[in-house]
Structure formats: structure tokens, C-alpha cells
Design a protein around this ligand. Structure first.
Ligand code: ARG
Length: 476
């Protein structure tokens, strides 16, 4: 268990060392040290202002806590030797300040304390993740703009279907990331609620000022039920669900990077900086970073399912089961951050092979729908137009020609309704330009969509900057 203890009065024997290791959370909740100390500073300030402890006592606690934070962050003290992070902080304080340190835990429990720590920690991580998402989004947007004139095959069933702008394809991922950001911002609102002041489960008989702590720590609300507050981990589930979906989106992108950089597709060439080699095959250059992003989605999805299982059937209120929220959460946060960073670097390391992409626009007859639509606009029922163009595709295929390489006379053999303008429409560029429905791939639509995406990036960056600040130094 280590040297620091916060309990023991009613115990006779000492704890079995194996059980001590088994129940200890310090090896992982040390990550909460900053949150724990900041929360304690706010709590001590409140205790002093409300006259629950003496003003001078509060000041001693607060300055002792600031010093401890600096010592920890500058590596002057190692976080070890206690059951958990809360016990560690209080233990060091007792060593340094003496018995007065024992006043810090007045009117609070580790139950409302750990819930507060976790929310403080997670809200900062959510902000960091939103920032990484925005950086990745910008990379996609730049790539879309730099390659705005590139047309790629759009796929369904992984078969060439209809031509689209590469920018349109990339904007699809921007949309996914945008929804991810909105989900995280929404989750942030419910995360940023203060549980401290709930005590172990029933509230406290001391005249605490929870609003003051809320303001000091930059929370946006206080919890309304002490039992719920001590045992609520919905915000962790919500975060993990949002994180799992980000990872699913990244894994879809990663899979396309793997496929599109293969010799079979050849649409992308990857920079050496984001690839690794083979220990046996000298010629190999593998997209390992993208593959790992694809695989790591599973870890985060697993974390979500583990957390849901911790909560399922858990009676009110705090139970030690809740300690199991941390490792999965920390792992998901770190995995997601690393994958977002790696995805951006992989994306920046892509060279678009325009020649290979252009070659892929032949042979798939991807403009056939547009030719059928042409006849349909002239009054032919779509089903019949579909049949006619199907026969044209077979005709062209037998002659090794594209639809836009047939002459007008050949078109007219299939329908007298065809005029000269059908030929340019049958080219990939003509087809792309004609898809002007809102949200379609016509360049004018895609341009609008990219502009809208940039506006949203600005708005989300402003949201990041507008988050309530911690006011422990400035005071309120
Ligand atoms: N390590 C514990 C956790 O993560 C801290 C709270 C302990 N509370 C208690 N009553 N044992 O949940």
C-alpha cells in the first residue's frame, strides 16, 4: 500500500500485500495528479472563505498544494507510495505541513473528489482532441483544395460507380469529423458539471459553497443529486462512444489509404516518413501507420463496451467498481490522440498520382447513368433509358471504346433522341459537372461545401478559446 494512509482507525491487522497491489489505483490514477491538486486548491479556498476552516489554515493548504504541483510537474517528487492519487497528495501535504493537512478533507469524500478529478481531466482532453480533429480537418481541406480538379472513381460495392471530385470524396471525411466534433462538444457540456460537495453520497452538513468551487474551477454547472453525482460515469460512456466513432471514421480513411496506395490502385504515393520496410523483402514499403490506425479502432470500441459493463447493474451509489473507469478511459484518450496525430501526418505525406487516377476513369463506364438521365430528361421512362444505355455499354465494351468515344451516329442507332451535347456529358468531367443537387459533386457545390467547412472550423476554434477558465490564481 505504501506509506501514506487515509484510514486505519478501525483496522487491527495490516492489508495483505497482494490485495494492496490489487486494489491500488496509483499506478494509473497518478495521471490525475494535476486535476486532483487543482480540485483540492479550490476546495481549500472554499473551506477558508466559508469559515469552515481558518483563513490562515486555508492559505497554508493552498500554498502547500501549489508547491506540490510544481514539484510533481518538474519531477522533483515521484508519485508513489500510496493507495491512490488522493491519498498521495494528502500524505505529502501532511509530511510537509503537519496535522493541518488533515483539514483538507473536511466536507468531502474521495467519492466526490475522484468524480471531480475525472471530469477536470476529461474536459481538458476533450478540448485537446477537438483541436487535433480540427487540425486533421484542415489537412483534408487543404488536400481537397490543392487537388480540386482531380476526378476519381466513386465506388459502391468497391466497384467503380460514378466519377466524383477527389475533393468531394475528402469532404465526406470532413463531414464525419465535423459530426465527431459536435458530439464531443455536446459531451463536454455534460462532463463540465461539478460533483464536489456531494460528499460520500448524501451531501455534507458543512455550509459549503459549491457555486464558488464551480467558478474557481471553470465548471459550467453543479450536480443536482449527491448520490447520482458520486456514481455517475455517463460522461465517460458518452466520451468513449464519441471516441469509438472517431476511431471508426479514422479506420475507414486508413483502409482507403492502404488500398489507394497499393500497386493495384496506385492513386496515392506515401512519403517515406510515414511508411516502414520489410525485414525480408528489400523492395517493400508498407503503410503501417495507416494499418495501425485501422486496427486501433478495436481498442477504443472495446473500452466503450468495458465501461458499459462496469456500470450495468451497479446499485447506487459509489462502488469500487468505478475505479475501473480509469484505465480504459486513459487508454482510449491516448490511443485516439495518437491516431489523430498519425492520421494527419499520413495525410500530409500523400502525393496524388494524377496519371494513375486518370487512367482509372477508363473502362468502368461510370458515366452511363448520366447518359441514361439524358434520355430520361427527353421523356424516356428511366427504366427504358437504363436498358438502352446498358446495351450501349455492351456495344462500347466490345469495341474497346469509352462512351464518350462513340460517334453521334452510333448514339443515334440506340435512340434518335441523342444530340451532339450528349458526348461531352458522357465524359467524366461532364458527368461531375452535372451533379448540381445540393450536396452533390459538381465543382460549384463542392466549393460551397468547402467554404462552409472552413467557417465551421473557425467556429469550433472559437469555441475552444471561449471555454471557461480556471480562476484559482486570478481569484474571483
Ligand atoms: N481509487 C478510487 C477510484 O478510482 C478513488 C475513490 C475511492 N473511494 C473509496 N470509497 N474507496 O474510484
Amino acid at each position: 500500500m505504501g506509506e501514506y494512509r487515509t484510514w486505519g482507525g478501525r483496522f487491527e491487522g495490516s492489508l495483505d500485500p497482494m490485495i494492496s497491489r490489487f486494489t491500488s489505483s496509483l499506478p494509473f490514477d497518478r495521471r490525475l495528479v494535476r486535476a486532483d491538486i487543482l480540485g483540492s486548491i479550490a476546495h481549500a479556498m472554499m473551506l477558508g472563505r466559508c469559515g469552515i476552516i481558518g483563513e490562515e489554515e486555508a492559505e497554508a493548504l493552498v500554498s502547500g498544494l501549489w508547491t506540490l504541483l510544481e514539484d510533481v510537474e518538474e519531477g522533483r517528487i515521484v508519485v508513489e507510495g500510496a493507495e491512490d492519487i488522493h491519498t498521495f497528495v494528502e500524505g505529502v501535504l501532511r509530511e510537509r505541513l503537519g496535522d493541518i493537512a488533515g483539514k483538507l478533507h473536511t466536507a468531502r469524500s474521495r467519492n466526490d473528489q475522484v468524480a471531480t478529478d475525472l471530469r477536470l481531466y476529461l474536459r481538458e482532453e476533450i478540448a485537446a482532441i477537438v483541436k487535433l480533429l480540427l487540425d486533421l480537418e484542415e489537412t483534408f481541406l487543404h488536400m481537397a483544395e490543392e487537388n480540386f480538379d482531380v476526378i476519381v472513381p466513386g465506388y459502391t460495392h468497391l466497384q467503380r460507380a460514378q466519377p466524383v471530385l477527389l475533393a468531394h470524396h475528402l469532404h465526406a471525411y470532413v463531414e464525419m469529423l465535423n459530426r465527431d466534433i459536435d458530439r464531443l462538444k455536446d459531451c463536454y457540456r455534460r462532463t463540465n458539471v461539478l460533483p464536489l460537495g456531494s460528499g460520500a453520497l448524501a451531501g455534507t452538513s458543512f455550509p459549503v459553497d459549491r457555486e464558488l468551487i464551480k467558478e474557481l474551477l471553470g465548471f459550467e454547472g453543479i450536480s443536482a443529486n449527491s448520490m447520482d453525482a458520486a456514481s455517475d460515469r455517463d460522461f465517460v460512456v458518452e466520451f468513449l462512444a464519441a471516441a469509438a466513432l472517431v476511431m471508426v471514421h479514422l479506420s475507414r480513411w486508413a483502409e482507403e489509404v492502404v488500398a489507394w496506395s497499393s500497386q493495384e490502385f496506385g492513386f496515392f504515393r506515401l512519403d517515406d516518413r510515414v511508411c516502414t520496410g520489410s525485414s525480408i523483402m528489400p523492395q517493400k514499403k508498407n503503410p503501417d501507420a495507416a494499418e495501425l490506425i485501422r486496427a486501433k479502432a478495436g481498442r477504443v470500441v472495446g473500452a466503450l463496451s468495458a465501461m458499459l459493463m462496469v456500470l450495468k447493474g451497479l446499485p447506487l451509489s459509489y462502488h469500487r467498481d468505478l475505479q475501473e473507469d480509469k484505465e480504459v478511459l486513459f487508454d482510449a484518450v491516448e490511443t485516439l490522440k495518437a491516431c489523430l496525430e498519425a492520421a494527419r501526418r499520413v495525410c500530409e505525406g500523400i502525393t496524388v498520382d494524377r496519371a494513375r487516377i486518370e487512367a482509372s476513369l477508363r473502362g468502368g463506364y461510370m458515366t452511363a447513368t448520366e447518359v441514361a438521365d439524358y434520355l430520361t430528361r427527353k421523356g424516356v421512362p428511366f427504366r427504358i433509358a437504363h436498358e438502352v444505355v446498358g446495351r450501349m455499354v455492351r456495344y462500347a465494351e466490345e469495341r474497346g471504346k469509352e462512351l464518350w468515344e462513340l460517334g453521334l451516329e452510333e448514339y443515334r442507332e440506340f435512340s434518335p433522341l441523342f444530340e451532339a451535347d450528349v458526348i461531352s456529358l458522357a465524359t467524366p468531367w461532364g458527368t461531375v459537372q452535372s451533379k448540381r443537387s445540393p450536396g452533390g459533386t459538381a465543382p460549384s457545390r463542392v466549393k460551397e461545401a468547402l467554404q462552409e467547412a472552413w467557417r465551421k472550423v473557425e467556429k469550433d476554434r472559437a469555441w475552444l478559446a471561449s471555454r471557461p477558465k480556471i480562476k484559482l490564481r486570478s481569484g474571483i
